[in-house]
Ligand binder design. Structure first.
Ligand SMILES: Cc1ncc(COP(=O)(O)O)c(C=O)c1O
Ligand SMILES: N[C@@H](CCOP(=O)(O)O)C(=O)O
Length: 522
C-alpha cells in the first residue's frame, strides 16, 4: 500500500512583597537551605518578616489594591544612557522621556543604579527572586516583574500591564541530546510557551507598562506602533488591548504566518500589510514615529530589552544559580542576544553568580548579516537584503541592534553560526521526533548546536541551553510543507507523512503489520 499525503497536507491558502520584606523561607525548598537568610550589606530600612505567601487579601480587595497596601519606598532607579558610552559621558534621559536614540544617533541603554542594587548582596537577590516564583501577588507573579527592582524599579504597580508572563519551563532535552548529539546535559528554555506564543511578551509587558504610565502622566502618546515579522506585533497588540491602548502594526505582506497575522487582528490592532520586507517596514515605522505621537515598540527601544533580559536570570534561577557553559539564541533584529548578555552580566556584577556563559547567536543563512560580520573578523558591518526563510521571524537584513549584539558576543567570547534551510528544517523535524514541537527559529539554534558539537567546540558534557523563541503552533505550515515533502530542492529526510488507507479491516491490518515489522522491538 503506497503512502501518500492526505488532503490535510495541501498547502494552506496563505502564507507584594516589597523589596524590604524578608522572603519567608519555604519548607521543602532545597534552594533556601543554601542561602537561608538574605544579608543586606549596609543598613537599609528594616526587612520585615512578611512574605509574599503570608499576605492574605481582604475580600473587597483586588490584587492591585493589595499590592498598593504593601508598597514600600526604595532607592533604586534607572535611566537611559547612550549605549556603550565612554565613562566621561554625562548624557542621560529619564525613562519618562520619549527618546529612542542618543544625541549622536546611536542606540540607548537602560542603566540601573548599580550602587543602590549592590547595597544588597547576591544571596539577598537570589532569595528574593526565589520567593516570588509561582505566586499570584501583583505584579511579582510575573517572571519579569518578579525582578522588578532590576527592570523598571520606579514604576508604580498600578501602571503595570502584565499577563504574568515569564517563568517559562527549562526542560531537559534528554532523548534529543543523547540520540542526536551524544550530550547528557542539554536543555531547552521554552520562551515560546507564553501569553502570545513568543519571548516578545517579556519585553512588551515592560514597554506597554511604561506607556501606560506616560499616558497617565499626560505625555503625548496616542498609540504604540511597531514593524514586525509577526511576534512583536502579536505581543504589542495583546498588551495594548489589555490596557485599552491603541496599537498600530506594520507587517510585510505575505511574509508572516497566518497564526501570527490573526493575532493582532483579533486583538483589535490597526494592521497595515505593506508591500515590502521587514527592513522596509522598520524604516517606515521609524519615520512615522518621528512624525506622529506614536510610541515605538521595536527593540530599538531599549525598554524592551529590560524585560527580555529576565529570561537569562530565570535560566540561572532554574539551575539553582549555577551557570551553564553555553546558551544558544536565534538572532534577527539582534535585541535578544544583547538582552541575554545583559541579564547574565547583571547577575555576575551583583554577585549572584561567579562567571558568564558563552553565548552563541544563530542566524538563517538566508538572513545572515551578523554571521558574515563575525566571519569577516568583525570588520565593517554590511546590511544585506534578507532572502525568504522558513525561519520567517528572523528574515532581517539590517538589524537595529547590531552594535549591541557585537558588544555582547565580543564580551563573552561568543560565537555566531548559520543554518541553511535544509539544515534548520531537518533539525526542527528531528527535535519534533523526540516529542518537541519547535518553531523553525529554534531549528536554526539547534543547527548551530549540531555544528558546534560536530566540530568539538561544544563538549559532550557541556551544560548547554537552547533558547526556543516561539511556539511551534505558530509555524505549522512549515511543518506541513516539510512532512508532505512539498519543498523544492529539499529531500525532507525526516518527513513523516500520514498514510492514506481504505476504511477496510484488511487494508488497515496490512498497513499496520508493515509498520510494526519495521519498528524496533523493545
Ligand atoms: C521567534 C523569533 N525568534 C527569534 C527572533 C530574533 O530575536 P531578535 O530580533 O531579538 O534577534 C525573533 C524576532 O526577531 C522571533 O520572532
Ligand atoms: N521577530 C521580530 C522582529 C522585530 O524585532 P524587535 O524585537 O525589534 O521588535 C518580530 O516578531 O517582529
Amino acid at each position: 500500500m503506497a503512502a501518500s499525503s492526505s488532503s490535510l497536507f495541501n498547502p494552506a491558502t496563505s502564507t507584594a512583597t516589597s523589596l524590604f520584606q524578608n522572603p519567608k523561607p519555604k519548607l521543602n525548598n532545597h534552594r533556601l537551605h543554601r542561602h537561608p537568610k538574605p544579608t543586606p550589606i549596609f543598613t537599609l530600612p528594616p526587612i520585615t518578616a512578611t512574605s509574599s505567601t503570608s499576605t492574605h487579601r481582604a475580600a473587597h480587595e483586588d490584587i492591585r489594591e493589595e499590592a498598593r497596601r504593601h508598597a514600600k519606598s526604595h532607592n533604586f532607579s534607572a535611566k537611559y544612557v547612550p549605549f556603550n558610552a565612554s565613562p566621561e559621558s554625562t548624557e542621560s534621559y529619564s525613562l519618562d522621556e520619549i527618546v529612542y536614540r542618543s544625541r549622536s544617533g546611536g542606540l540607548l541603554d537602560v542603566q540601573h543604579d548599580m550602587d543602590a542594587l549592590k547595597q544588597f548582596d547576591g544571596n539577598y537577590w537570589k532569595s528574593l527572586f526565589d520567593s516570588r516564583v509561582g505566586k499570584t501577588n501583583w505584579p511579582y507573579g510575573s517572571g519579569v516583574w518578579s525582578k522588578k527592582e532590576w527592570v523598571l524599579p520606579e514604576i508604580d504597580g498600578d501602571d503595570i500591564v502584565s499577563a504574568f508572563e515569564g517563568n517559562s519551563n527549562l526542560f531537559w532535552a534528554e532523548r534529543f541530546g543523547k540520540q542526536f548529539l551524544g550530550m547528557s546535559d542539554l536543555w531547552v528554555k521554552h520562551c515560546g510557551i507564553s501569553h502570545t506564543g513568543s519571548f516578545k511578551d517579556l519585553g512588551m509587558t515592560v514597554l506597554v507598562s511604561q506607556v501606560n504610565r506616560l499616558r497617565k502622566m499626560k505625555r503625548p502618546v496616542v498609540g504604540v506602533g511597531c514593524a514586525s515579522t509577526g511576534d512583536t506585533s502579536a505581543a504589542l497588540s495583546a498588551y495594548c488591548a489589555s490596557a485599552g491602548i491603541p496599537s498600530i502594526v506594520f507587517l510585510p505582506a505575505d511574509k508572516i504566518s497566518m497564526a501570527q497575522l490573526v493575532q493582532p487582528i483579533a486583538n483589535g490592532a490597526f494592521v497595515l500589510s505593506i508591500d515590502t520586507d521587514f527592513d522596509g517596514c522598520m524604516q517606515l515605522i521609524r519615520e512615522v514615529t518621528a512624525e506622529l505621537p506614536i510610541y515605538l515598540a521595536n527593540s530599538l527601544n531599549s525598554l524592551r530589552l529590560e524585560g527580555q533580559k529576565t529570561a537569562a536570570i530565570e535560566i540561572l534561577q532554574q539551575f539553582d544559580w549555577e551557570v551553564p557553559d553555553w546558551v544558544i539564541v536565534p538572532g534577527g533584529n539582534l535585541g535578544n542576544i544583547y538582552a541575554f548578555y545583559k541579564g547574565f552580566k547583571m547577575c555576575y556584577e551583583l554577585g549572584l553568580v561567579d562567571k558568564m556563559p558563552r553565548l552563541v547567536c544563530a542566524q538563517a543563512a538566508n538572513a545572515n548579516p551578523l554571521y558574515l560580520h563575525y566571519k569577516s573578523g568583525w570588520k565593517d558591518f554590511k546590511a544585506i537584503k534578507a532572502n525568504t526563510t522558513f525561519a520567517s521571524a528572523i528574515q532581517i537584513g539590517d538589524p537595529v541592534s547590531i552594535d549591541r549584539a557585537v558588544f555582547a558576543l565580543k564580551n563573552c567570547n561568543g560565537i555566531v553560526e548559520e543554518a541553511t534551510e535544509e539544515e534548520l528544517m531537518d533539525a526542527m523535524a528531528q527535535a519534533d521526533s523526540t516529542g518537541m514541537f519547535i518553531c523553525p527559529h529554534t531549528g536554526v539554534a539547534l543547527t548551530a548546536l549540531f555544528k558546534l558539537r560536530n566540530s568539538g567546540v561544544i563538549g559532550p558534557n557541556d551544560r548547554t541551553v537552547v533558547v526556543s523563541t516561539a511556539h511551534g503552533l505558530k509555524f505549522t505550515q512549515s511543518k506541513v510543507d516539510y512532512h508532505s515533502k512539498s519543498i523544492p530542492d529539499m529531500s525532507c529526510k525526516f518527513a513523516n507523512p500520514p498514510v492514506q488507507v481504505k476504511a477496510d479491516f484488511g487494508a488497515v491490518m496490512d498497513v499496520l503489520k508493515g509498520y510494526l515489522n519495521k519498528t524496533p522491538k523493545v
